[in-house]
Design a protein around this ligand. Structure first.
Ligand SMILES: NC(=O)c1ccc[n+]([C@@H]2O[C@H](COP(=O)([O-])OP(=O)(O)OC[C@H]3O[C@@H](n4cnc5c(N)ncnc54)[C@H](OP(=O)(O)O)[C@@H]3O)[C@@H](O)[C@H]2O)c1
Length: 143
């Protein structure tokens, strides 16, 4: 298999967040919902992961960008967008592409401008602190 598509966004990040809370009893994120270790399996076997619904809050229930449901995350997206001179959309993409697994982003927008905004994110080398800060702002625990 050359590629595998998984649902992955900052707010629907279980395949990544489960590793941050591994073996932590009581932490919701420590539950494995993918059979266990799909990101590690893909990396070991040279399979490219592709992230679908990269901006959706959960399962097809709207985007988290500019959503009042995620004030802390949007504040952090806005802060980093200003720092790098891009849009919050680009930062949300950068969070996925910065992961060392080399994950590709499957966009669902029908707006050319949003495609351009998103594409700008793949060039942004978020620092580790910024990357972890984003998943924390999305509501996940970082040890
Ligand atoms: N392999 C699988 O199991 C699987 C499952 C689901 C989906 N997919 C693929 O993944 C693709 C992406 O999924 P998705 O469509 O859920 O992804 P998405 O890019 O997270 O969501 C796109 C949708 O959000 C809307 N949107 C509203 N505000 C937006 C903003 N600020 N930025 C970006 N989008 C905004 C878009 O509307 P506008 O058009 O107005 O921008 C569009 O309807 C799908 O098209 C499909 O091809 C694969």
């Amino acid at each position: 298999m050359a590629a595998n598509q998984v649902q992955l966004s900052l707010t629907h990040s279980t395949v990544i967040a489960q590793g941050l809370s591994s073996n932590m009893a009581g932490e919701e994120d420590s539950l494995t919902r993918d059979g266990g270790g799909i990101v590690d399996y893909a990396r070991i076997n040279g399979i490219t992961l592709q992230a679908w619904s990269p901006f959706q809050k959960g399962f097809q229930d709207g985007v988290f960008i500019d959503s009042p449901d995620h004030p802390e995350l949007n504040a952090e997206l806005g802060r980093l967008a200003a720092k790098y001179g891009v849009t919050p959309t680009a930062i949300a993409v950068a969070w996925i592409t910065r992961h060392p697994a080399g994950i590709q982003v499957v966009l669902g927008t029908t707006k050319p401008q949003r495609v351009a905004d998103a594409a700008a994110g793949s060039d942004i080398p978020l620092t580790r602190g910024e990357w972890y800060g984003l998943i924390q702002a999305a509501g996940h625990s970082v040890p």
